[in-house]
Ligand binder design. Structure first.
Ligand SMILES: [Zn+2]
Ligand SMILES: [Zn+2]
Length: 203
């Protein structure tokens, strides 16, 4: 048996404030458990993304969490918003589950702290996807890989790999995917908020 506390300073050894990997301190083998305390305006890590190899549950303990969600199959989409993105607010005492391949991005849009527990299984996700279309075959959901040459987005179906375009306004190379004005995924610059609708097209 092991126990850990989110209040124990020894367990808050992450670089990013507000995140405690309880599963590391508990030495779990089959599940990842992370405690978050996010101030107003802060977000869970990553832009709009899915895990092809992990399901995740978020339990909100205090405050509220706003999730942008994007699904490519109609079954999990809101009936009004099939195949487009939409926004869900999860309040204290509620939980939300994201199956494999469901794209989401969460943040604290409220004016007080958000406290939440994230549970993921299996614990290590190696296969992250972002909801951009492969320019070669049209598949939605490409896989970011990072190498010496920077970020590349590869297609799990046809293998085509492209380097996404940098921010046209400020030149930042690492864009994040988010829901654009039309509730469709776009690349968003974390520095200057410029949106790029087709970051994988050439020219
Ligand atoms: Zn492809
Ligand atoms: Zn920019």
């Amino acid at each position: 048996m092991r126990r850990a506390s989110v209040d124990d300073p020894a367990s808050n050894d992450d670089l990013d404030a507000g995140r405690t990997r309880l599963s590391e301190h508990l030495a779990t083998t089959d599940v990842a458990v992370t405690h978050y305390r996010l101030g107003p305006g802060d977000g869970f890590p990553g832009g709009l993304h899915a895990h092809a190899d992990q399901e995740e549950v978020f339990v909100v303990l205090a405050g509220e969490s706003t999730f942008d969600v994007y699904a490519t199959d109609d079954e999990s989409a809101d009936s009004d918003a099939a195949a487009d993105g939409w926004t869900v607010t999860v309040r204290a005492g509620e939980a939300i589950r994201f199956a494999r391949d469901e794209f989401r991005s969460g943040r604290n849009d409220a004016d007080r702290d958000l406290v939440a527990i994230a549970v993921g299984a299996p614990p290590d996700s190696e296969d992250v996807r972002v909801p951009l279309s492969c320019p070669a075959c049209g598949r939605v959901g490409v896989r970011p890989t990072v190498s010496e040459d920077g970020v590349q987005l590869g297609c799990p179906d046809c293998g085509a790999a492209r380097t996404p375009r940098a921010c046209p306004a400020c030149g930042r190379e690492e864009m994040q995917v988010g829901l654009g004005e039309a509730s469709r995924p776009v690349a968003v610059c974390p520095d200057c908020d410029t949106e790029v609708a087709d970051p994988l097209s050439r020219g």
